[in-house]
Design a protein around this ligand. Structure first.
Ligand code: HEC
Length: 142
């Protein structure tokens, strides 16, 4: 082969190697991105057990607050319980579990709003409804 042709060939081979390694480099970040999402994916910091102890505490505060007509205090606990229940949906893979946790959360938001309005009978009805969701989930998953 003519020396010039050999050089051209070598250049092509070297170029090809660079092109391939370039493609591989471009493909890499996707994997790192995947790892990042799983690292930043939402995860509750509490075990279900500890979360439930907290739910019980808030639940008692709400019911006692209604009895004592401490609407503001009961309302704050209802808001926190709504958020804890909202997080509770990430404690389990089952769609039924998630539905029950979300239902409880949505009803606690309604409860917090009723308490803000000092709507005693409305709040009592909503407490009953939330209580039924506690039982429904416990029957299936506890
Ligand atoms: C979406 C499901 C779900 C809902 C809704 C739910 N819980 Fe639970 N709860 C569980 C599970 C699962 C356990 C068993 C957890 C464990 O002990 O490992 C449990 C256990 C408990 C326990 C026992 C805690 C312990 O010692 O383990 C209490 C108290 C409790 N829940 C309170 C409540 C209250 C109060 C409500 C409603 C205001 C409620 N939970 C609603 C899933 C739920």
């Amino acid at each position: 082969m003519h020396p010039f042709k050999t050089i051209v060939c070598l250049c092509l081979v070297v170029g090809l190697v660079f092109a391939v390694s370039g493609l591989v480099a471009v493909a890499q970040p996707k994997q790192t991105a995947k790892k990042k999402t799983s690292k930043t994916a939402f995860r509750p910091v509490q075990s279900i057990h500890d979360m439930m102890e907290g739910q019980r505490k808030l639940w008692i505060e709400i019911k006692e607050g209604i009895v004592d007509k401490q609407w503001n205090e009961a309302g704050k606990s209802a808001w926190i319980l709504a958020e804890v229940a909202n997080v509770n949906q990430y404690q389990h893979k089952s769609p039924e579990y998630k539905d029950l946790a979300r239902k409880m959360s949505a009803d606690c938001v309604k409860l917090a709003k009723l308490l803000k309005k000092k709507d005693e009978s409305g709040a009592k009805k909503m407490v009953k409804k939330v209580g039924e969701t506690c039982s429904a989930c416990h029957e299936q998953f506890k």
